[in-house]
Design a protein around this ligand. Structure first.
Ligand code: SF4
Length: 130
């Protein structure tokens, strides 16, 4: 694996499916939490889906792509792949033991669980890159 400097949070781009379900919104809020905590920076998946040239170029310039999908339909992963990108770190919220439903009620602990998992994975990768 190519070693990369990941010193700056802005170099870690976080994409979330932000889908219309509990797990989609947990994915969205996880991306927001990682951004607020300085782990990475949430980026616009819709811009990638729309092939917006500036966003495609910014994503190419990023050093690490993190993708969060709510469920195995894997919309974020597919959108990224369609634009020629592959996530370096990837998680599906349902793989974290959180069941999908179409309501929007979820405990804060669900967001913390996914965010903690990704923070650990990103930190490990930062360690590899150091
Ligand atoms: S991955 Fe699942 S939750 Fe996310 S947008 Fe697609 S279908 Fe909805």
């Amino acid at each position: 694996m190519e070693e990369k400097c990941l010193c700056e949070p802005n170099e870690v781009l976080v994409f979330s499916c932000s889908g219309s379900s509990n797990v989609g919104q947990i994915a969205n809020l996880t991306a927001l939490k990682l951004t607020r905590e300085g782990v990475g920076r949430m980026f616009c998946l819709a811009g990638i889906g729309g092939h917006v040239s500036g966003m495609i170029e910014s994503t190419k310039a990023g050093k690490m792509i993190v993708a969060i999908d709510g469920c195995p339909v894997a919309c974020a992963q597919k959108i990224l792949e369609h634009a020629g990108f592959k996530a370096d770190e990837y998680v599906q919220v349902t793989d974290m033991g959180i069941e999908k439903n179409h309501g929007f009620d979820y405990p804060r602990s669900d967001i913390d669980k996914v965010a903690d998992h990704l923070s650990t994975q990103i930190s490990k990768r930062r360690g590899l890159a150091a």
